[in-house]
Design a protein around this ligand. Structure first.
Ligand SMILES: Nc1ncnc2c1ncn2[C@@H]1O[C@H](COP(=O)(O)OP(=O)(O)OP(=O)(O)O)[C@@H](O)[C@H]1O
Ligand SMILES: [Mg+2]
Length: 493
């Protein structure tokens, strides 16, 4: 009898375990559809290894209007963070077999803007304090009742709304400068300003080309804010960083019930722009099926929300940017030729910084002034450091110049930025053979092999913006060898 009862117990346990596995699997299979969930509803990820806790938290969160996801292990939590725009994580600090604080840190590393609420036992308030120090937003102590959880989730919602409002306000202030925010007097920039002015007075699509960090987004903003519809929204969409399913629902919206989690209909950004501009950043990354949908939207000036059958008219101007060679992508068949022609009515190429080095002092002054407005310290650059900056090729363009100077300002305590305050990539560049930016094997003079090797290594590191691991890979040598060589050259590693 006892044996029978044990067997029945075992069966129940097994059934409950299977049910749990099934719940997690279902959540996983739904996750792709759920990725497309409402961008206005907040997404909450519940991380707990106890199914009953996951269920009850989910119930409360859904009643508060959250889109919910669940994970029963850190690995599943990280996977969800990588594929979904998670706004809030409800994290059990005592996941079996893991250090909750480490999980919290990893969440913040992957998604710094995500608010993490810790769930902890009464006995471990101390660890909640530690969690708050490690970046948690708030905590609830287990066992908690629904009202407590509701209160905390309400607080997080208010906090996230405020953060979004602040970000929008900052965007508006930034854009107020419009055209004026662009610095540069080189002839290449004059040409650019003229085309921007022309583009601003038309409503045709513009394709903005240029290397990373050259200022493509700034150009797009300038076109929008110098035009007649500057009071209408300017909406950037990063086609490179969004999951394809998310891009579609972001751009075109969706109808109620289009997928799990679509509890109400949602307008897409194309409709929300309403007379303004949608800026398709990294348009070269757009998947082919979405390219067709975008083309149809541009041709017919109407969109079809995900899951919907009715077409909605749109009135929007499209600006697109890419640092990829779109023509080559068209040749290779990864970008639709007809869409390329439609986006490419006007083309604008933003010159790399190395082609307008005369603007470096002006840009540097502009950046130092901006830093001074926040720190209250006006800094200048020593002649040697400026010479080095003028010599350098700036593969990361204006963004690299900004990073370099902001870092230098943080490092130096005095009013002048010296060579020693500049990043290693620039300093190594300094140690190279004079001005030659490439290794010439055709020089009439014979160079010792060791010298050629040294120049090849330093040149690679400079080109790769200081990335030594990538340099070692591309040079075909081990990273230990590279570090040893740099040590021999006396370079700062
Ligand atoms: N002419 C300029 N004057 C002042 N600031 C500039 C200029 N060009 C670029 N910047 C600044 O450099 C940074 C990079 O610019 P932006 O984001 O527009 O580049 P991007 O070409 O879109 O880069 P990515 O391809 O990496 O997205 C921004 O902070 C921008 O304000
Ligand atoms: Mg950009």
């Amino acid at each position: 009898m006892q044996r029978l009862s044990n067997t029945i117990c075992d069966c129940f346990e097994e059934a409950s375990r299977l049910e749990e596995v099934f719940a997690v699997l279902t959540a996983e299979t739904n996750s792709l559809e759920e990725q497309t969930a409402d961008i206005n509803l907040l997404n909450l990820l519940i991380v707990d290894d106890e199914r009953s806790i996951r269920e009850s938290c989910r119930e409360v969160a859904v009643s508060l209007g959250f889109n919910t996801y669940v994970a029963d292990s850190p690995e599943r939590c990280y996977r969800a963070l990588d594929t979904t725009n998670v706004d809030v994580v409800l994290l059990d600090l005592r996941l079996t077999g893991t250090n909750g604080i480490e999980v919290l840190r990893e969440i913040k590393r992957r998604r710094p803007d995500t608010a993490v609420v810790i769930m902890t036992g009464f006995a471990s308030v101390q660890s909640a304090v530690q969690a708050m120090k490690s970046g948690a937003y708030d905590y609830v102590t287990k066992p908690f009742n629904f009202d407590e959880l509701r209160l905390v989730l309400d607080r997080v919602t208010a906090h996230l709304k405020l953060a979004t409002e602040n970000r929008l306000l900052r965007e508006q202030v930034k854009s107020k400068h419009g055209f004026g925010a662009m610095v540069g007097q080189a002839p290449e920039m004059d040409r650019l300003y003229r085309i921007i002015a022309k583009a601003a007075h038309s409503t045709h699509p513009v394709l903005i080309l240029g290397e990373s960090g050259t200022g493509k987004e700034l150009v797009a903003r300038s076109i929008h804010y110098s035009g007649a519809f500057r009071d209408k929204p300017f909406i950037p969409v990063d086609c490179g960083s969004l999951v394809p399913t998310l891009i579609e629902s972001e751009l075109f919206g969706y109808v109620k019930g289009a997928f799990t989690g679509a509890v109400r209909a949602k307008d897409g950004l194309m409709a929300a722009a309403d007379g303004g501009t949608v800026f398709l950043d990294e348009v070269g990354e757009l998947p082919v099926d979405l390219q067709s949908k975008l083309l149809r939207a541009l041709q017919e000036k109407e969109i079809r929300p995900v899951g919907g059958t009715r077409a909605i008219p749109i009135n929007v101007r499209i600006l697109a940017a890419t640092n990829r060679d779109l023509e080559a992508a068209v040749q290779q068949g990864s970008f639709r030729r007809d869409l390329y022609f439609r986006l490419n009515v006007l083309t604008l190429r933003v010159p790399p910084l190395r082609e307008r080095k005369q603007d470096i002092p002006l840009l540097a002054g502009h950046i130092l002034e901006r830093v001074a407005r926040t720190t209250g310290v006006q800094r200048n650059i020593s002649d040697d450091a400026l010479k080095l900056m003028l010599n350098y090729e700036w593969p990361g363009n204006v963004r690299e110049l900004e990073n370099c100077l902001e870092r230098a300002c943080a490092l130096t305590s005095g009013p002048t930025i010296h060579i020693a305050d500049l990043p290693t990539a620039l300093q190594n560049y300094h140690t190279q053979a004079p001005v030659s930016s490439s290794v010439s094997l055709e020089s009439p003079a014979i160079s010792p092999l060791a010298e050629l090797e040294k120049r090849a290594i330093l040149h690679a590191i400079t080109l790769l913006n200081g990335d030594k691991l990538e340099a070692a890979k591309q040079l075909g040598i081990g990273k230990t060898t590279l570090y040893r060589k740099l040590k021999e050259y006396g370079s700062v590693v």
